[in-house]
Design a protein around this ligand. Structure first.
Ligand code: SF4
Length: 401
């Protein structure tokens, strides 16, 4: 498979940028598109209703940020406009104006965060499963993805959940939990910090003697792969980072630059495993050939496809990008034994209480029931990891892209 070279594909607006500057991760962040106005200047021929939607999104205080690198992954027409149905554009530009009041579920504007209060051991650390704690290290991302509830969080929530002010109390709280063996640095994006900031966090975690494993979950792989630099890879080795989460969705993300970032990690002698989480998204990757190319592409690069996640109900693009859970099960069936087993991820749904594996059988199973609620909306009733029955909001089969 030939990989896309993002620098060579950069849009007209960045033609004069030298490769050295382009590959500077901070330059990428500084030059990210964050407003409708910037978008209008950069792409004057984009349909006005598209840009207006971005501006409404912006006025509502939701997050929007696209790095030049991500702009270079998109496909363009002859006038220099990116295609609106492009699988990368559909991940980062608002596809609809989010309206909480229209949701058929419980997620209201005051419930933007999905953390259960009883699981929080500090304002930024969640202790859901016995042996691990997840820390929301940053209150922002390198870029935002419209299929993720993080992009929905308003500034009010951002202030309440701001990361580093609560760091020391978080470390102290973990120190008091001797059964916790693993810490996951998640976000926002921990790689939004520079290497000195990352080192401070890793050093504090390694000072807790009962912590065996450290994971770092980042979407730098897609938004800004230059962030995964040599200095950062040296930290992986120094602090024995066990695993890095790689969040990839479409084969167009398998670039020369991503491959180089993977090589930096794998050649660093850090022994850090790379495992993916791929959300299933209508109009982007709900297709057997695309998933085949993606899973095998990641595998051959040295990244283990780990989770294939049904798109959660509380995300901005839910009405447009969610498929039914069963569609994902059908896609998994279509790939089974067609691609290498080691390249097959586990298909899951994620509820407020945790993850659940979707059964291979299309009619579910005794502990995974495809049903309808009183209004005829599809739901799944299932037994969660605690052995309790729970309900998950499915999406209709005929959901329109
Ligand atoms: S998927 Fe990751 S990078 Fe994207 S908005 Fe969510 S937390 Fe941020």
């Amino acid at each position: 498979m030939s990989l896309l070279d993002a620098y060579k594909q950069r849009p007209q607006h960045f033609q004069k940028i030298e490769r050295g500057q382009w590959e500077n991760w901070m330059w990428q962040q500084q030059n990210a598109v964050r407003t409708g106005l910037q978008l209008r200047k950069m792409f004057p021929n984009l349909p006005s209703n598209f840009v207006e939607r971005v501006e409404v999104w912006e006025k509502k205080g939701f997050r929007f940020q696209v790095t030049p690198y991500v702009l270079s992954l998109m496909r363009y027409d002859e006038q220099g406009n990116f295609l609106l149905d492009d699988p990368i554009a559909r991940q980062v530009f608002p596809l609809q104006v989010w309206d909480h009041s229209q949701r058929p579920d419980e997620y209201g504007s005051e419930k933007e965060n999905w953390e259960n209060s009883e699981e929080m051991i500090s304002p930024i650390a969640q202790h859901k499963y016995d042996n691990r704690v997840i820390i929301y290290t940053a209150d922002a991302c390198l870029g935002y993805c419209v299929y993720c509830f993080r992009s929905l969080q308003s500034n009010a929530v951002e202030e309440k959940h701001g990361g580093r002010p609560h760091w020391k109390e978080t470390i102290a709280a973990i120190q008091k939990l001797p059964h916790v063996e693993e810490v996951i640095l998640s976000g926002g994006d921990p790689l939004l910090y520079d290497n000195r900031g990352v080192e401070e966090m890793l050093s504090d975690i390694r000072s807790i003697t009962h912590i065996k494993a450290i994971r770092i979950h980042t979407r730098a792989w897609m938004h800004n792969p230059y962030r995964i630099d040599e200095e950062f890879c040296a930290l992986l080795k120094k602090y024995r980072v066990t695993e890095m989460g790689v969040h990839l969705i479409h084969p167009r993300e398998l670039t020369v630059e991503l491959d180089a970032a993977v090589s930096r990690v794998r050649c660093s002698d850090a022994r850090t495993m790379l495992m993916t989480d791929t959300p299933l998204l209508r109009g982007i990757n709900n297709n057997t050939e695309i998933l085949h190319e993606l899973f095998m592409g990641m595998y051959t690069m040295g990244i283990k496809p780990y989770y294939f996640s049904h798109c959660m109900p509380n995300v901005p693009a839910a009405d447009v990008q969610r498929t039914s859970v069963k569609e994902g099960a059908r896609l998994m069936q279509s790939l089974k034994r067609k691609i290498s087993n080691v390249a097959m991820p586990e298909y899951i749904i994620t509820s407020r209480l945790g993850k659940k594996t979707v059964p291979e059988a299309l009619d579910g199973g005794p502990e995974f029931c495809y049903e309808k609620d009183d209004n005829g909306y599809p739901i799944i009733r299932f037994v969660n990891w605690k052995g309790e029955w729970e309900t998950y909001l499915d999406a209709p089969e005929e959901n329109v892209a």
